[in-house]
Design a protein around this ligand. Structure first.
Ligand code: IVH
Length: 665
């Protein structure tokens, strides 16, 4: 009896795995979704009745219910290298030449060319034919474990027929339509949008709950197989074997006899890529034979036997309806192009930055023009140039604005700077920007006082300047009666405001938003001058004697402290109980000057606290180990960073030793 149930379960699993492969890997389903679901439900029911037969590789076990709480670091026994880049034919010819010089010049070299999928690379380990572990690339030597998340990707087999041990590497990606659907849902829920499919893939792989990952449309193309006794001699054989094992590979690869064929493949895909349902950012070119790859070897982080051909950023042309001017917290007024919405590399673009008026003049950008836009590495697209062939008769050069778009007062333009400024300190746009900065995470860290609330409170007249924040508690009842808030949220906000009074002086100084005084400069100033009185009294020479403080910062500070209204503002904040001098504990020093630290494992303090201590003592903090690291501060369960530190010859210290280090002098 039991035997037949076990057999039934096994036969169902085989059927499901087969259809899963037909659907997710080959995109050639043999049965309907309905029939597939019937098989899966049958298996689910049987396993529920007979839980003793549930195994990890069952297709019902893809989505685990365990939340990943800790991040496990995994060392890549074979480093995950990156690729050198080429951008044009000449560079491809040069690559070919280097390969030939590296080998015997008379030897024949064949190249495999593959699409360079724009996603996140992952390494997946199989033991005895079962998916055992998966990790991100990390810094190439040590990555983070993502096994539970990788298991949710249906095109990855949980089990392969060959019962061997091997590692598969590939690119996890999100298809464009899945990405758009995800962003549309996020928009509906008022959540932050992902800039592109690659970012959303990276964000998804970092999630701790595999159930959430399962709701995201991730997929993978595998391109690399590592293992002993695999009996494969080339990249072409490798791809074939991956396919045989049931992995998804990208079938657009090609074996090229020479670099000319490689070049025409690159040209071909430069246009064909627009029709793909996923994003690619170039072509990967690999020497086909492993024997030749071995001879060529690698230089530092990339192999000599491979390179990538990077496509130029995608551009589209669209109509520029209008140029609007945005006022930032410092009063800088910057132009923004309002565009006819258009799709570009997976998202719809309706605005682009124009940087400043000089750029508008230089590129002769006018309203009603057709402009070419492209996405750089970041979210905000930029206007590249005007398509003059489409310029109509109605086109008029844009005038430089003379008044602030918000407060209507006259704008100023400094000689040395291309920027325009609204010098009205009370301009609502500036007031809002300043308060948003003041309350932000790196400054006073007031939770609940984000952009939308600040805008509302300024418009309602509750907030005009920083001290008003600390008087909001007087208006508690009034705030609670506002439509948008519950009692609890106002109470939380007021508690968070109260708590912000504990922020150390350097955060308060940063929060003030003095021009050129960023978080790092604020820290330096506080560690040099200790109190606001001394900082106020400091002369230009004294200021500039501080490391990294030059004339623009010192002028900005002198100018700031010369204004009565700023002195009054500081007094009010002092009366509200904010810190304007350093606590002995957080006075910076230079005990750790010139030393770089990496922190790993769990310590009695948080990672951020450790970082803070290191920075305050003049040390440098880094998240990845290298030869330049001086110390690895290792807590409990330190993981693979320890090994890496040993191989690199980096000194490893415990938390106690670290604390003694700081007390020593
Ligand atoms: S081969 C040494 N093949 O591009 C071999 N990489 O900069 C390196 N990538 O980290 C990887 N598609 O994330 C290879 N068909 C492909 C690829 C590919 C995308 C990514 C991968 C890698 C990066 C290299």
């Amino acid at each position: 009896m039991t035997d037949s149930i076990a057999e039934k379960i096994e036969s169902l699993r085989e059927k499901i795995n087969h259809h899963n492969h037909r659907y997710y890997v080959l995109a050639e389903p043999e049965i309907s979704d309905y029939e597939f679901d019937k098989l899966l439900n049958e298996l689910i029911l049987l396993e529920e009745k007979h839980p003793e037969f549930i195994t990890k590789d069952s297709p019902t076990q893809r989505v685990g219910s365990d939340i990943t709480k800790t991040t496990n670091q995994i060392e890549h026994k074979t480093p995950m290298l990156s690729l050198s880049n080429t951008y044009n034919e000449d560079e491809l010819f040069a690559f070919d030449k280097r390969v030939k010089i590296g080998l015997d010049e008379t030897e024949l070299v064949e190249y495999i060319v593959e699409l360079k999928i724009d996603g996140v690379s992952a390494s997946i380990h199989y033991q005895n034919g079962l998916l055992a572990k998966a990790a991100t690339r990390g810094d190439g030597v040590v990555g983070e474990e993502i096994t539970n998340n990788i298991r949710t990707i249906r095109s990855i087999p949980l089990k392969v027929k060959e019962h061997s041990n091997f590692e598969v590497r590939g690119e996890v990606f999100m298809p464009i339509d899945g990405f758009n659907r995800l962003n549309a849902e996020r928009e509906k829920r008022g959540e932050k949008l992902f800039a592109n499919p690659r970012n959303s893939t990276a964000g998804t792989l970092k999630l701790q709950d595999p159930k959430l990952v399962d709701e995201r449309p991730l997929d993978i193309f595998t391109y690399y197989l590592l293992g002993d006794n695999l009996n494969i001699n080339s990249q072409a054989e490798s791809l074939n074997y991956l396919e045989q094992l049931g992995f998804k590979i990208n079938s657009n690869y090609k074996l090229c006899k020479n670099i000319e064929e490689v070049i025409s493949y690159c040209r071909e895909w430069e246009t064909k890529r627009d029709n793909l349902p996923y994003e690619i950012d170039g072509i990967v070119i690999k020497v086909n034979l492993f024997e030749q790859q071995k001879i060529l070897g690698s230089i530092s982080k990339s192999p000599r036997w491979a390179t990538s051909f990077k496509f130029k950023a995608k551009q589209v042309t669209t109509k520029l309806h209008k140029v609007t001017w945005q006022v930032g917290r410092t009063g800088a007024v910057t132009p923004v192009a309002e565009l006819e919405p258009i799709e570009l590399a997976g998202s719809v673009i309706s605005r682009a930055t124009l940087h400043n008026y000089d750029e508008i003049e230089r590129k002769d950008i006018r309203e009603n023009d057709f402009v070419k836009i492209e996405k750089g590495g970041d979210v905000i697209p930029k206007v590249v140039e005007v398509d003059l062939s489409q310029r109509g008769n109605d086109s008029q050069p844009l005038a430089i604005p003379t008044e602030c778009p918000i407060c209507k007062l006259e704008l100023q333009r400094t000689e040395s700077e291309v920027a325009l400024y609204c010098v009205n300190n009370f301009c609502p746009a500036q007031v809002k920007g300043r308060i948003i900065h003041f309350a932000s995470r790196g400054a006073m860290d007031i939770e609940g006082l984000g952009e939308a609330i600040v805008n509302l409170f300024v418009d309602k007249g509750y907030l005009n300047s920083f001290p008003d924040i600390y008087n909001l508690s007087d208006k508690e009842d009034e705030l609670k009666s506002l439509d948008r808030f519950g009692e609890k949220s106002i109470e939380n906000l007021l508690a968070s405001i109260e708590k912000s009074k504990e922020q150390p002086f350097h955060k308060v100084l940063f929060a003030l938003g003095i021009r050129y005084v960023g978080a790092g400069v604020a820290r330096k100033l506080v560690s040099a001058f200790k109190t606001i009185e001394k900082l106020k009294a400091a002369t230009t020479e004294e200021l500039e004697a501080v490391d990294e403080i030059g004339p623009s910062i010192s002028n900005s500070l002198t100018e700031y402290f010369s204004q009565n209204k700023n002195i009054e503002l500081i007094e009010k904040l002092q009366n509200s109980g904010l810190n304007f001098e350093t606590d002995e504990k957080e006075i910076g020093n230079s005990k750790l000057e010139g030393l770089t630290f990496v922190v790993t494992g769990s310590l009695s303090m948080s990672r951020d606290e450790a970082k803070e201590k290191i920075l305050l003592s003049g040390g440098k903090f880094s998240s990845s180990l290298s030869k330049k690291t001086n110390y690895l501060l290792a807590g409990e369960k330190a993981g693979s960073k320890l090994k890496k530190a040993e191989t690199l010859g980096v000194k490893i210290i415990s938390e106690d030793e670290f604390n003694r280090f700081l007390d020593k002098y």
